[in-house]
Design a protein. Structure first.
Length: 233
């Protein structure tokens, strides 16, 4: 589960006649359980692609398939779903809930798990990555690095097919960033989820991903993707 085909995806923003080709002829294949990083300069369309996969935004041409099923086409606006979860650069934890409550809230409210079940699963995941001692802490008591780790656990608890990460470790200091990398790889190895990771940091992409895709912008809005496959040690 979690294989994606992106075929000649295009997105034109046309607010009041201002024609912006945010994505053009973007094609890529992502295998189930693959860790793919997308790098590229600001404005090349990375977030646009992530947002269409996440279901926040529609395509104007081409298509995106998830496990063979159309997710987004010009005729079909995508919608967010529990099979695709996003973690952004900026914190999104409920400040008034503890770490454990933040992680269990979603599946309990959606009726996917009982509170007991969610607690058990959350505790397992938190302890797997050494975060069990912060279960009762509030987000405000945690560093941004810790908060981001909790958000990734929260994203994974519902067992999504695809984890979408939009520069989650941007603006972190080097030590926190490398600890977060280690942490993400541990969770990736443990869960085998498809990961779609956006960054403008090539070094980070190469360290983390099995496959790095480079999006480029050229004059005339010709956008290309170049693929590099990296066997991780
Ligand atoms: P990246 O994530 O690689 O920095 P984006 O996907 O955010 O790039 O943006 C790609 C292009 O689309 C940019 O030129 C940006 O200004 C434009 N764009 C993004 N969102 C919108 C929008 N809602 N309306 C108009 N233009 C947009
Ligand atoms: P602020 O207004 O300072 O962002 P809030 O208390 O509104 O603080 O929300 C804190 C965080 O919780 C926000 O980053 C927001 O993304 C997230 N949040 C708030 N309400 C919801 C909600 N209904 N569903 C999901 N996330 C939410």
């Amino acid at each position: 589960d979690g294989a994606m085909s992106i075929r000649k995806a295009g997105k034109i923003y046309d607010p009041e006649g201002v024609h912006v080709e945010a994505l053009k002829d973007c094609s890529l294949e992502i295998g189930a359980g693959e860790f793919v990083a997308i790098v590229g300069p600001s404005g090349c369309g990375k977030s646009t692609l992530l947002n269409t996969i996440a279901g926040f935004d529609g395509l104007t041409s081409g298509e995106i398939l998830l496990d063979g099923e159309p997710l987004a086409t010009p005729e079909k606006d995508p919608s967010p779903g529990p099979d695709r979860v996003v973690v952004f650069q900026h914190g999104a934890l409920f400040p008034w809930k503890t770490v454990l409550e933040n992680v269990t809230y979603g599946p309990v409210v959606q009726g996917v798990m009982s509170e007991e079940e969610a607690n058990k699963r959350a505790q397992e995941m938190l302890s797997r990555v050494g975060l069990n001692d912060i279960e009762t802490s509030y987000p405000g008591q945690l560093s941004s690095g810790m908060q981001r780790r909790v958000e990734i656990i929260r994203a994974l608890i519902n067992n999504p097919k695809v984890l979408l990460l939009d520069e989650p470790f941007r603006a972190m200091d080097t030590v926190t960033k490398s600890a977060s990398h280690q942490y993400l790889l541990e969770l990736y190895d443990a869960t085998g989820k498809t990961i779609f990771f956006i960054t403008h940091d090539l070094e980070e992409a190469i360290f983390l991903a099995d496959k790095v895709l480079v999006m480029t912008t050229r004059p005339g809005f010709i956008k290309k993707t170049l693929q590099v496959n990296l066997p991780r040690p």
